[in-house]
Write a protein that binds this ligand. Structure first.
Ligand SMILES: [Zn+2]
Length: 381
């Protein structure tokens, strides 16, 4: 019987050593390349500070109450487009409409605005007709949607002296019109929950400062006024009545105090979206305690959250450089908090710092731009 050749022993020892060495080199290169590509893919997954100016962004809640367009140009230099909400408050609606309509006309790709309407003639025979005609005029001037304000629910009263809430039947014709014509409603209804608390229990300094200066809205001092729950209840009933109405809850839809509460509302009302305007401090307050919870919330609802700052410029903003610096500082700080894992100083709390959420690039793109992009078309559809 012929013994099979033992191939192994036929290979000279030197060759064997060389082959093993080559194998080892290949394995090492493979492992190194693999770990390196993991590193670069994790880098590519997130933005960093140098991306801030490069990435297209939209601030959907920037009160542009002046015809001085230097601030718009400054925003543009940082790759920000602006949407200015007209509001039924101190400055006349006609003047706001005049300013924002003109800027929209001159800079349609850089600027947009939310129209609004006055409730002064509420409960009169011509309220609906006049309001609908003003809404049509606003949309023709390029408005991206219509905003309502907290005066509904907090100051407006009916003939009997009762507070008029947002789900009042007197608004049905108007909200039906918006829904039928696919015009989004931006609603600042109610206030942060802090509004119903005494100063020492408020969670964020910006709220404390606001209610110190606006005691008429500090509901802790007015227990006879509608409660926080009344405000959220009216908001919910409005959405139930008009399920086809696109509803953007300004200021985290007034559920800024708990990402869990807002999650429940998002799940219950598919038409609901929310802007972040002036409520990032509330997210920071929560993420300082449980970063992962806030991060998971923003990733989960990435299609429904829209960036807004609530900054404003007006004819008093004469120190252009100083105002511009403030705009840049606020935007950059909020960008760093949402897009990177840098440690940032919490807004209005110089002693408190919080780690950034480092949301993935695609989430940042949606929150800062893509979710709002379509509001720049002449008619938001
Ligand atoms: Zn605002």
């Amino acid at each position: 019987m012929i013994k099979p050749k033992n191939l192994f022993y036929d290979i000279p020892k030197g060759w064997m050593f060389l082959s093993l060495l080559i194998c080892l080199i290949f394995i090492t290169i493979y492992i190194y390349k693999g770990s390196n590509s993991n590193m670069s893919s994790s880098k590519e997954q997130y933005y960093n500070v140098s991306d801030f100016e490069k990435i297209p962004k939209i601030d959907v809640h920037f009160h542009y109450n002046t015809s001085d367009i230097r601030f718009l140009k400054f925003a543009d230099s940082l790759n920000f487009r602006l949407i200015s909400p007209n509001v039924d408050t101190e400055m006349s609606i006609d003047r706001q409409f005049e300013i924002t309509g003109k800027i929209k006309q001159d800079y349609p790709d850089k600027f947009a605005f939310w129209g609004t309407f006055s409730v002064d003639s509420f409960e009169t025979a011509h309220f609906c007709k006049e309001t609908l005609s003003f809404i049509r005029k606003s949309m023709e001037a390029g408005a991206s949607g219509i905003k309502i304000w907290k005066n509904i629910g907090m100051t407006l009263r009916d003939k009997t002296g009762k507070f008029v809430m947002a789900d009042h039947a007197g608004f049905d014709t108007i909200f039906n019109y918006l829904a039928t014509n696919r015009i989004p409603l931006i609603a600042h209804l109610g206030e942060p929950k802090n509004c119903w608390l005494p100063f020492e229990q408020m969670t964020t300094p910006n709220d404390k400062r606001y209610y110190l200066n606006h005691s008429q809205y500090h509901m802790f001092l007015h227990p006879e006024y509608p409660s926080y729950e009344d405000q959220i209840g009216a908001r919910n009933r409005l959405m139930q009545k008009h399920p086809d109405l696109e509803f953007i809850g300004a200021h985290l839809a007034s559920e800024e105090w708990s990402v869990d509460a807002l999650s429940e509302s998002f799940d219950k009302y598919p038409q609901l979206k929310a802007d972040l305007a002036a409520r990032i401090s509330h997210l920071q307050y929560q993420s300082a305690v449980d970063r992962e919870r806030v991060r998971t919330f923003l990733i989960h609802y990435q299609d429904r959250i829209i960036y807004g700052s609530d900054m404003s410029v007006n004819d008093m903003s004469i120190d252009y450089t100083k105002v511009g610096e403030g705009m840049r500082r606020t935007w950059l700080n909020q960008w760093l908090y949402l897009a990177t894992d840098s440690t940032v100083v919490m807004k209005d709390m110089p002693a408190s710092k919080v780690k950034g959420l480092q949301l993935p690039k695609e989430v940042i793109d949606k929150i800062f731009c893509k979710n709002a992009e379509r509001y720049f078309s002449k008619r938001a559809l």
